[in-house]
Write a protein that binds this ligand. Structure first.
Ligand SMILES: Cc1cc2nc3c(=O)[nH]c(=O)nc-3n(C[C@H](O)[C@H](O)[C@H](O)COP(=O)(O)OP(=O)(O)OC[C@H]3O[C@@H](n4cnc5c(N)ncnc54)[C@H](O)[C@@H]3O)c2cc1C
Length: 273
């Protein structure tokens, strides 16, 4: 049998430290996996029992064919978050009525009872930041298409249309609005991750969403105008983006409700609704 050579020195101090570190990490994994097997731990089990409900894990056990295996996927998925592993969502592959299925079961109660609105609002700010990011991405894309087109396309005098300020300035204005919106989006994302003051995070998320939706609409409009008739042609893929960009001035929160928020929360004006 071939003997594999190794340069590891098992008596080395650093080797010992690394080994201890890894063993500690494995012990932590084992403890979390125990928690998973208990459906999130005693406190979570008690919560289910008090509500007269089965845990997600127990419901899966009832669903999959008796004596068949259930391969759980990502049991430690929530580890490191405020949610306990094994408590709210179980996903895996099991056999149901002889058919191999991906099975998921979730606890309908997210977090603590009575704290639902806080959790909903914690989800609304990232939704606004993501909407802003989507708008920023569309804005960057269409300005890129428009700038390339305006550099190539020549109409009357042999010079590219981008050399005319009537074409260049709307694109430049849209670019400035877009970059400002991107800065606000980054600020909102940072505040969402780090700010203790949740109103500040909410204010920034609203402002970013407003600014980005407006900027994207202006970028797209300027791009379509730059492409002329081609702006409406599906081959150029610009006008196709109008629906989503226009939607993002309305959803997930309308520009008017953002303005209402800023008027009351940022400026202290009386509430209008
Ligand atoms: C394609 C699409 C997908 C959607 N997806 C989701 C989703 O996944 N989840 C979800 O929860 N919602 C979703 N929505 C709903 C979306 O969040 C709402 O459409 C949006 O918040 C506006 O509400 P509304 O349609 O009820 O309009 P309304 O509240 O009826 O408002 C109509 C108009 O009046 C304005 N307005 C209302 N009140 C005031 C006021 N006090 N001052 C000034 N102006 C005012 C509004 O800004 C708007 O322009 C979606 C909407 C669309 C179109």
């Amino acid at each position: 049998m071939a003997v594999l050579a190794t340069s590891v020195r098992a008596n080395d101090e650093r080797f010992g430290e690394n080994r201890d570190g890894l063993l500690a990490l494995l012990a932590e994994h084992d403890a979390q996996l125990d928690l998973v097997r208990q459906g999130g731990g005693e406190r979570y089990l008690a919560r289910h029992r008090d509500r007269g409900r089965l845990t997600a894990r127990e419901r899966i056990e009832l669903l999959v064919d008796q004596d068949s295996a259930f391969l759980e996927l990502s049991p430690l998925a929530a580890w490191g978050t405020e949610f306990h592993v094994g408590a709210s969502l179980v996903t895996g592959i099991g056999v149901v009525e002889g058919v191999e299925c991906v099975v998921t079961a979730s606890d309908r109660l997210i977090g603590e009872e009575g704290e639902g609105l806080r959790i909903v609002f914690d989800g609304l700010n990232p939704e606004r930041i993501m909407s802003a990011s989507l708008c920023n991405g569309v804005g960057r894309y269409v300005l890129g298409v428009a700038a390339a087109y305006a550099t190539e396309r020549r109409v009357w005098d042999g010079v590219p249309i981008g050399a005319h300020q009537g074409i260049a300035h709307p694109l430049a204005i849209a670019k400035i609005e877009l970059e400002l919106a991107r800065l606000m989006t980054q600020r909102a994302a940072w505040l969402h991750d780090h700010a203790e003051d949740r109103t500040a995070a909410g204010e920034a998320a609203n402002m970013a969403k407003y600014a980005a939706a407006e900027a994207a609409a202006h970028c797209l409009d300027a791009a379509i105008q730059t492409l002329g008739g081609n702006g409406m042609a599906s081959e150029y893929g610009v006008a196709d983006l109008w629906g989503v960009v226009r939607l993002l001035r309305i959803a997930p929160v309308s520009r008017e409700m953002v303005l209402n928020f800023v008027a009351t929360k940022s400026l202290g004006l009386p509430k209008s609704y």
